[in-house]
Design a protein around this ligand. Structure first.
Ligand code: SAH
Length: 403
């Protein structure tokens, strides 16, 4: 915790490296650091000063990470104490105003890390359960305090479950952990509502914290294109888009997914909504080969959703990822009837919205299909992007209509 004595722990930046900090970017890369003054341990608070020793900001140090400091405040008189965490958490909760009051949606992201001015902290709400991820050493050290504050400040919470089983923690020198951290143990499947639709969520073993909450607003746009349609939901996971398609009175929904347990949960999600008779088809397998098979059979659809996993985990993987995005978009475009729509997205930070559009353009050219963009897709409002942190904009997509 911040105390006057800790002001001796100082990270001094190299000459001409203060600009991003002055612009309130929340990261200081190790390469920007000239020296570290004082006895400071990783995970401790440090004062960040420019080469002329002028105070700039305060944050958590971790020498094991390339992101050596995660900045928390740019106000010298703002101590990083209990009141600080409480205020930040309350601010994040207040920003969810409409969602928090919604009867139709009970699952949403409550804290979106850097973009909610809480570096390294993810908190997702699934009805009466919170699921947390601690992604950095600094925030990991405050786990108990954060959990207590969440339990004390968020209304109607029965239990808090941790899902810190994510690869990025290794970059911080942290291992993986999952388990109950406060209150009751959540049930095997938590039932939530999203825009009035029911979903069973496996918060212990599901992907991320159990559900792809970030696609909520994009999923909501799908039903408008589904009345009487044959809909293809590729990379279906637990049927997020597929359930919306069935809700939009699709004549047939085909879900393609490589994970058998995810596909089984997708089936249950269609059933709990009473959509089991919508002509659902479950195809377990690799999307690329399944779509090639459909092409060979001459199958056609009126709407297709592509929501692949992150193909590029870093800048180095962008080229290979671009080829994969192009291949799968090309296949989907070829499977659409004239007038059909493609919901296509990418959750790779390293693939910009601009690049993604170029990839889809290339796919359309090679598919021999003409298409128009009729909408832009992005992560929902509960996954904000701080203007000071453009890296936070990871989910992008296009809604295209094939001519
Ligand atoms: N659209 C979903 C989220 C999709 S996440 C929703 O709205 O909830 C991406 C999914 O793609 C994961 O479930 C993953 O298991 C699946 N997947 C990954 N690689 C795949 C492949 N090659 N073929 C088919 N599915 C794949």
């Amino acid at each position: 915790m911040y105390s006057p004595a800790s002001s001796a722990m100082t990270v001094v930046l190299k000459r001409n490296h203060a600009r991003p900090v002055l612009q309130r970017h929340p990261w200081v890369f190790s390469g920007a650091i000239e020296r570290i003054e004082g006895q400071v341990a990783d995970g401790d608070l440090v004062e960040v000063r420019d080469a002329g020793h002028n105070w700039l900001a305060r944050g958590f140090l971790n020498r094991q990470s390339q992101i050596a400091v995660r900045l928390l405040t740019w106000r010298q008189d703002e101590a990083v104490d209990h009141a600080f965490w409480r205020e930040r958490l309350e601010r994040a909760a207040a920003a969810r105003g409409l969602l928090a009051g919604s009867r139709a949606t009970t699952a949403y992201r409550l804290v979106h890390a850097e973009s909610d001015f809480l570096p390294g902290l993810i908190v997702d709400r699934y009805g009466e359960w919170l699921v947390v991820q601690f992604l950095t050493l600094g925030i990991e050290r405050r786990k108990e305090e954060i959990v207590d504050l969440l339990a004390g400040t968020v209304d109607g919470v029965r239990g808090i479950y941790e899902r810190s089983d994510v690869e990025v923690r290794s970059k911080e020198g942290l291992g993986q952990y999952t388990g109950r951290v406060w209150g009751e143990e959540p049930p095997e499947l938590v039932e939530v509502l999203e825009n009035g639709l029911r979903f069973l969520v496996d918060v212990r073993q599901g992907h991320k914290t159990g559900f792809y909450l970030d696609q909520r607003e994009n999923r909501a746009r799908l039903p408008a294109f589904c009345d009487g349609a044959e809909v293809l939901d590729v990379f279906a996971y637990t049927g997020g888009f597929g359930v919306y398609a069935a809700g939009g009175k699709a004549a047939q929904v085909t879900l393609v997914e490589s994970s058998a347990p995810a596909l089984e949960l997708a089936r249950r999600n269609l059933v709990v909504n009473g959509f089991e008779r919508c002509g659902a088809e479950y195809e377990e397998g690799d999307a690329f080969s399944v779509l090639r098979g459909y092409r060979a059979q001459g199958r056609r659809f009126d709407a297709a959703v592509l929501d692949p996993p992150k193909f590029a985990h870093s800048q180095r993987e962008v080229e290979r990822a671009a080829r994969a995005y192009k291949d799968v978009n090309l296949l989907a475009l070829q499977l659409l009837r004239p007038g059909g729509v493609l919901f296509t997205s990418s959750c790779s930070e390293a693939v910009s919205a601009d690049l993604f559009q170029k990839i889809v353009f290339g796919a359309a050219v090679d598919a021999g299909r003409e298409a128009q963009i009729v909408g832009y897709l992005a992560q929902g409002a509960d996954h904000p992007v701080a203007l000071t942190f453009p890296e936070g904009a990871y989910l992008k997509g296009l809604l295209c209509r094939v001519v």
